[in-house]
Design a protein around this ligand. Sequence first.
Ligand code: FE
Length: 307
Amino acid sequence: MPQITAHDEVRDKRTYREVEEGRHRVYRTDFLVAPKERPELPQAFLIESTPGRLLPTHFHEVDQFQVVVSGGGTLSRHALSVPGVHFARGFTPYGPIRNGAGGIGFMTLRARRDVMDAQFITERRWRLDEVPDRKPWQFTQMPRFPRPAAGASVIPLEGMTDGRGLGVWSVTVQADAETLLPAPTGGDGQFVVMLKGNLLYQGREYRGLTVAYLAPEEAALRLRAGGEGLEALVLNFPARVPPPARALKPKQGTETWHCTLCDFVYDEAEGLPSEGIAAGTRWADVPHDWTCPDCSAAKDGFEKLAF
Ligand code: FE
């Protein structure tokens, strides 16, 4: 049986703490609680924090999805807005996260509890070196919800697969229509985050924001919209097996460099046109104050990849 929790059911349990000497507040609303002594259980919670807050670059010890559900900001050099999705494998640094003028609200989803919580790179860099064969990886993407002519659409997000069951789909269901979601099989569990609209399930109506968790052995969820239709994200966690080797082809005449903290790849042949660095720009010619777009590491934190 999927565990389904609507924001309406938990919003009264919201708690907050003050950070940065009382300058900012971080509100937390638990949807799915995993006690510290049960690290094998999934957890889902909403974190909302106040405008202008800066959360330094950090990592967790488990794989994690985050979905922006209110406000916006930036994650290193990625713009964050509703309904942006960030995935990071365990032991992958990301950030800093800067809140925009409206603050930001994130659903944080983990197939297994992170016993340590956030570990900041300035204090816990050494921890990454302890992990044998660490395979850091992350992505930030903006899903779209094109309105289907009739019925429902289920669209995979490009690039969000890793050969171990990882996957993200954006789902739009018209009013009073239904669709069968991708199954959780083969991975480490699935979250369904309904952002908007209403869902009818076992005689109950759930309104967005609603979160469902399905264990890998559960049957695919049939999502039936109420009279408002619905928009949802399906987030499949990768299986707990080693990730496949990175697919990079040896190149002639150009070099490929990667961030030793988070594995962001700079390929001279491709450059980084989104940041004004033209294709063919040599690593040596990338500005010395350029930093990793995912984790903000300095340029000297990069190493040349050997093929
Ligand atoms: Fe990095």
